[in-house]
Design a protein around this ligand. Structure first.
Ligand SMILES: NC(=O)c1ccc[n+]([C@@H]2O[C@H](COP(=O)([O-])OP(=O)(O)OC[C@H]3O[C@@H](n4cnc5c(N)ncnc54)[C@H](OP(=O)(O)O)[C@@H]3O)[C@@H](O)[C@H]2O)c1
Length: 509
């Protein structure tokens, strides 16, 4: 019996077990997310032989399209965005099971026609009675869609062997109240077990490897606690600004809501969680939830002392954030956020966790660094040593996915000189096959009913409860003030002060 039993893509690949047949209904089929991520992911799953050959895809939106026009558009999107080149024969065969249907999400009567269309297509292609609804739409439509699907009899499984699931995209609310309302609205149409909330970070290979790395190796886990760890840093840095049409959305959202509440707190919960009783959806999410609930909401004084918020100014040939399209000229929205927080549980009490994220920074990179405590007695002190080396474990999520352990070694020669060296594992060199895209993993998991990598209702709300305490102090007390930073830098210099030691700085990629 293997120690780690991960179902989903790995398991399906290993066992050659195809996904069950179903109809995948993509709401928002004419939109950007479907073109960039969902359609290419479905294509790659089919190309890898992981989709059931009877799977039907039905795109839904308001714009008029014939099936042929929709297929042409999807062929173009897959050609542009797929990780593997479009194979004409494969697509021609797969495209015969792609359809389009006009439905206004807010018009209940149109769902009856949608139901007829789904039934007819499922019968024609022997796709069975299972349905996966993917809501690639703004969250204000989730409630009406859930209600209308229920009233049209589309949200319950028609037989015990079939399933009905719904995948929803971020943003999942903009605070605890809106997230709670959204959950209530979705629950009017579906049971919690049917709802798969996506955080595409969790579909990344290296993020999933965190679970394997921690719980399938006996050498690291005993060290990951307050006895051995001095601090943990989590950085998700972006070099882009407001390219495309991002400005209006981002200016209403900011770094704290856009990155910290979801991706960063998910990474935090994965690196800090206790060992689950089993490697399955509920036990893993129970442990992640405990971490999120151990984050004490901060009062305004703590927020002023433990957070930094920044906004990028102008750079050579680069507009300042406030000059970007769709951004208010006097915007107070943060494009950078850094926090020092503590996890109040027995494993981590007293260990500071540092999180930082931002736009227009020096490099695009996501990584977690665990810095270990110094050895209790420094035997090599006062020798001619370079003592800068502290043991560090660095987990690179992107780019150059892999794990590096930094430790000290003796420099060859007659003197006792020490230098830090790296023990390095790189995904690309260790495994020859290309990693699937996050959306491929997550879509297949949704079809096979594997919920581990999706966010549960209570996790979302616990994360918002913590983030709201920061947001409300920023908004009401105005502390700490919004500070500027230069594009292509590592962010505002004030962020260093969070580390509480003038000799320390954030780990760079
Ligand atoms: N794009 C990304 O990479 C990305 C990544 C993560 C999360 N998201 C989130 O995913 C959601 C969709 O993003 P997007 O970029 O794809 O947006 P988008 O390009 O604006 O597409 C929105 C889609 O929704 C459809 N739609 C809007 N109102 C509708 C209604 N009342 N009834 C039926 N269809 C309706 C639109 O089609 P018609 O106009 O034809 O009706 C279109 O297909 C957003 O919440 C976004 O924040 C997007």
């Amino acid at each position: 019996m293997p120690l780690v039993e991960l179902r989903g893509l790995d398991d399906v690949v290993a066992q050659g077990r195809p996904a069950p047949p179903c109809i995948v209904v993509v709401f928002g089929a004419t939109g950007d997310l479907n073109a960039r991520k969902i359609a290419p992911a479905l294509y790659n799953l089919a190309a890898s032989g992981l989709l059931n050959p009877n799977t039907v895809v039905l795109g839904v939106a308001r714009r008029d399209r014939t099936d042929e026009q929709f297929r042409d558009e999807m062929r173009g999107a897959i050609g542009e965005f797929s990780r593997s080149p479009l194979d004409r024969d494969l697509w021609n065969e797969f495209a015969q099971r792609w359809y389009y249907h006009v439905t206004h999400a807010d018009r209940p009567l149109e769902y009856l026609a949608l139901r007829h269309r789904m039934d007819e297509l499922s019968r024609r292609h022997h796709a069975g009675a299972s349905r996966l609804f993917y809501l690639a739409m703004t969250p204000d439509t989730f409630g009406p869609i859930a209600r209308n699907l229920r009233e049209a009899g589309l949200s319950e499984s028609p037989s015990p062997e079939s399933f009905v699931r719904v995948v929803v995209e971020k943003p999942f609310g903009r605070d605890l109240l809106t997230a709670h309302t959204l959950n209530e609205e979705l629950l009017q149409g579906f049971h919690e077990k049917q709802i798969f909330r996506i955080d595409h970070y969790l579909g990344k290979e290296t993020v999933q490897n965190l679970l394997v790395f921690r719980f399938a190796n006996s050498i690291f886990e005993p060290l990951l606690n307050r006895h051995y760890v001095e601090r943990v840093e989590i950085s998700t840095l972006e070099s882009t600004g407001m390219e495309g049409r991002r400005g209006p959305y981002y200016d209403r959202t900011g770094a704290l809501r856009d990155m910290v509440q979801n991706h960063m707190l998910q990474l935090l919960s994965l690196i800090a969680m206790d060992v689950p009783t089993r490697m399955a959806g509920e036990p893993v999410r129970d442990e992640k939830l405990k971490v999120l609930r151990s984050l004490q909401p901060m009062n305004p004084h703590e927020v002023a002392a433990s957070t930094i918020r920044g906004q990028y100014g102008p750079g050579p040939d680069m507009p300042a954030y406030r000059q970007e399209e769709g951004v208010a000229r006097d915007s107070q929205t943060e494009t950078y956020a850094a926090l020092r927080l503590s996890i109040d549980n027995w494993r981590w009490a007293g260990v500071p966790f540092f999180l930082r994220t931002g736009k227009r920074l020096a490099q695009k990179a996501s990584y977690i660094t665990i810095v270990f405590r110094q050895e209790p007695i420094r035997l090599f002190y006062n020798m001619d040593c370079d003592l800068r080396g502290t043991n560090r474990l660095s987990i690179r999520i992107t780019p150059n996915e892999g794990i590096t352990l930094v430790c000290d070694a003796k420099v060859p020669g007659p003197r006792m000189l020490l230098r830090p060296v790296k023990l390095d594992f790189g995904y690309q060199t260790a495994f020859e096959s290309a990693s699937p895209e996050a959306y491929e993993h997550l879509l297949l998991d949704a079809i096979t009913g594997e919920p581990t990598l999706f966010i549960r209702n209570d996790e979302v709300e616990a994360a918002w409860r913590f983030v709201d305490s920061i947001r409300s102090a920023w908004d009401t007390a105005g502390q700490p003030p919004l500070v500027g930073y230069s594009p292509l830098s590592w962010g505002p210099h004030q962020a260093r002060s969070l580390l509480l030691d003038p000799y320390k700085d954030w780990q760079t990629p």
